[in-house]
Design a protein around this ligand. Structure first.
Ligand SMILES: [Zn+2]
Length: 348
């Protein structure tokens, strides 16, 4: 899911190897920010993998399960696989609700997947909320995976960020560029659930290049992992299959590799800086797999970000996510406390 499943680019998010300019933070695997006061199931649906966890009232992971996403088999098969993953972590039916963080543009109010690329066949138009509620018997809360992942980051900011700190700008850079925006304590969903798709803001560096959304010149084209690899190929005439290959060549002094990485990073920083001026975030978080390639990326992003900031925001630094590999399932579980629940049988 281009733009919606950035974590799958280079594996789970980790706080351990972030670039120097992205402030290091503690690794919280059992955050109070994800506490739900009940036993709940969190599901994370990506283009290649489904992750499930059963979470206790304090956010403790009681059980885990992963299985491949049947991405080519249609929406019903994906919903069946999600239900199977839920059953696998909760054989005793302890959970009172289920939250799912899903690839695609998801409207949490209607529970519908309002748009999706073809990384999941037939995913657009799927009744995710009621479809999963009917298959599992649990009330279901659903949202886009990046927004769900950002939820605990917002909760943590509001809990310990200081008085009045409740505006968050979150970007996840991986196979796509996704994001989430919270202003004055409220996560923005927008028309059709589209709010936060930062990868589809225009970027001068991407001018004229076609985007996965059908438009051209968007940030994702130049800044996602595949976008950086494609940029390197354009610069050198040498195709590369993976961002990691470009990063390794940059480490060996390959000027084109350095340029492809810093261009993508700076484009992201520039867009984030402009958005920061528009939204006034108290915190800016840069997650996803791409920033983990090293300080070359983080330093270029931070410099471009800082160059855009208006005076009241000067000193604001992009930082790493607080939550590690469990961020998506924790965020999915937390959705059950803040979003509308879709109940079994409603559409029958
Ligand atoms: Zn686009």
């Amino acid at each position: 899911m281009t733009g919606h499943s950035p974590r799958s680019a280079t594996g789970p998010t980790s706080d351990r190897s972030l670039p120097s300019a992205v402030s290091p933070t503690s690794d919280r695997s059992l955050p109070s920010a994800a506490a739900t006061d009940a036993v709940v199931i969190g599901l994370d649906l990506g283009g290649t993998k489904i992750a499930a966890a059963l979470l206790g009232p304090d956010g403790t992971v009681l059980a885990r399960h992963t299985r491949p996403t049947p991405a080519r088999d249609g929406a019903a098969a994906v919903l069946d696989a999600l239900a199977g993953a839920a059953a696998a972590v909760d054989p005793g039916r302890l959970a009172t609700a289920l939250g799912i963080a899903a690839a695609g543009v998801v409207d949490p109010r209607t529970g519908m997947v309002t748009s999706a690329t073809d990384s999941l066949s037939g995913w657009a138009g799927t009744a995710l909320g009621t479809g999963l509620a009917d298959r599992t018997g649990y009330p279901v809360a659903c949202d886009n995976d990046v927004r769900a992942t950002a939820g605990p980051e917002l909760a943590a900011l509001m809990a310990d960020g200081g008085p009045g700190q409740q505006s968050l700008l979150f970007v996840a850079v991986g196979t796509g560029v996704g994001g989430a925006i919270a202003v004055d304590g409220r996560m923005l969903h927008g028309a059709a659930g589209l709010a936060g798709h930062l990868g589809h803001l225009p970027s001068p560096e991407a001018a004229g290049l076609p985007c996965t959304c059908g438009a051209a010149g968007h940030l994702e084209v130049i800044a996602s992992g595949p976008g950086i690899a494609a940029h390197y190929a354009r610069l050198t005439g040498t195709p590369v299959d993976r961002l990691e290959t470009v990063a390794a060549r940059a480490g060996q002094g390959d000027a084109a590799a350095v340029r492809a990485i810093t261009t993508g990073a700076a484009a992201t920083g520039q867009v984030l800086g402009g958005l920061a001026n528009a939204l006034g975030p108290d915190r800016v978080v840069v997650g996803g797999g791409v920033p983990r390639i090293g300080p070359l990326y983080g330093d270029a992003l931070a410099a471009a970000f800082a160059a855009e900031l208006m005076p009241p925001l000067r000193g604001l630094l992009p930082r790493a996510p607080l939550f590690g590999a469990d961020a998506a399932v924790l965020g999915a579980a937390a959705l059950t406390t803040v979003l509308p629940l879709h109940h079994p049988g409603v559409l029958r």
